[in-house]
Ligand binder design. Structure first.
Ligand code: CLF
Ligand code: SF4
Length: 318
């Protein structure tokens, strides 16, 4: 990864500074989640890895509830949808890109969407979710774009365990299977988390708890990502998706999940209010309003944005 800056910004991310910056983020802050809304823009359909708990027909299970399909938007449609939703939803503070595939496997679309929305609203908080395999390539651009909140799903620390979780990893034009693929993924996740955290990005790490596969090493994952600079971890239950390799696995037991969160909470802050929401979720975490803002309703009601800016941006987005 090319680094354009020698200054280590990690020291800037003091506890007080971080708490101030998450105060309006409903996922990073428990207190914020009853007041502030987030909006996901489903502009990222492709994925570059294959998780055994994923069925590609549905949203990314690392950040979304499997079993719910989303409409895919172009960056311009996403910008228009944002303008429409902003008028209707109070306290909309965060725009997130969480699939339905991987935000960085669709980097041009993700980046264009963020740039378009920044032009109409420079103050909204941007948030990305990724499996992390492309982080070394794009972490610098993420920082340069001003994205301050990133979620990376890290399920294990060793390639052998990873080989039981990931069917393959597609990286730089080649498909890697077994431990070879997991090794690339794990290395890139760790490199990327450290890079972002050192530059003041607040990193959340999602961990899917899979009984008999990675549950024994989750405390070690939490310790490792804490050392890399992660701010919070979100230990999530496995939701066995129909058609996935793990479809017959038992869902993670809630008591076991909460015990794991308690243990890991001694090490690092834990998110406990995740709703495993859709890649097109809109509203408060407890009150999804995405059905009110389907593509069809967007086409019926043109955005109330700045027409001049829209014309200027068509070239950038197409
Ligand atoms: Fe979206 Fe994720 Fe950002 Fe939140 S969701 S990209 S960090 S704005 Fe939140 Fe939804 Fe849980 Fe994700 S409740 S699935 S943690
Ligand atoms: Fe599915 Fe998400 Fe894994 Fe990609 S990263 S395979 S979309 S769960």
């Amino acid at each position: 990864m090319a680094c354009g800056c020698n200054r280590n910004l990690r020291d800037d991310l003091t506890e007080a500074n971080a708490l101030e910056r998450i105060a309006k983020h409903p996922c990073f802050s428990f207190e914020a989640h009853r007041k502030y809304a987030r909006m996901h823009l489903p502009v990222a359909p492709r994925c570059n890895i294959s998780c055994n708990y994923c069925n590609r027909k549905f949203d990314c299970a690392n950040e979304s509830r499997p079993g719910v399909t989303s409409e895919i938007l172009t960056p311009l449609q996403a910008r228009d949808k944002y303008l429409l939703v902003r008028e209707k939803i109070d306290h909309l503070s965060v725009v997130g890109i969480a699939g339905p595939g991987d935000a960085l496997a669709n980097w041009e679309k993700t980046k264009t969407t963020i740039m378009l929305i920044k032009q109409v609203d420079p103050d909204v908080i941007f948030c990305l979710s990724t499996n992390g395999v492309m982080l070394p390539e794009y972490a610098r651009e993420i920082v340069d774009l001003g994205i301050k909140h990133v979620t990376v799903t890290v399920n294990c620390l060793d390639p052998e365990t990873g080989a039981g979780i990931y069917k393959y990893v597609y990286y730089k034009g080649r498909k890697y299977q077994g431990p070879a693929g997991a090794e690339i993924l794990i290395r890139n996740q760790q490199t990327g988390i450290a890079y972002l955290a050192q530059r003041g990005v607040i990193v959340k790490v999602n961990i899917v708890m899979i009984r008999g596969i990675n549950d024994g090493q989750i405390p070690a994952v939490v310790r490792k990502v804490k050392d890399l600079g992660a701010f919070i971890t979100n230990i999530m239950p496995l939701v066995p998706a129909r058609g996935s390799v793990f479809q017959d696995f038992a869902p993670t037991d809630t008591e076991e999940l909460n015990r794991m969160r308690d243990v890991c909470g001694l090490e690092l802050r834990q998110m406990r209010h995740c709703k495993q929401c859709r890649a097109d979720a809109i509203g408060l975490l407890d009150d999804d309003r995405s059905q009110e803002f389907s593509k069809a309703s967007l086409e019926e009601k043109p955005a109330a944005g700045d027409g001049r800016a829209q014309k200027q941006n068509i070239a950038a987005a197409s």
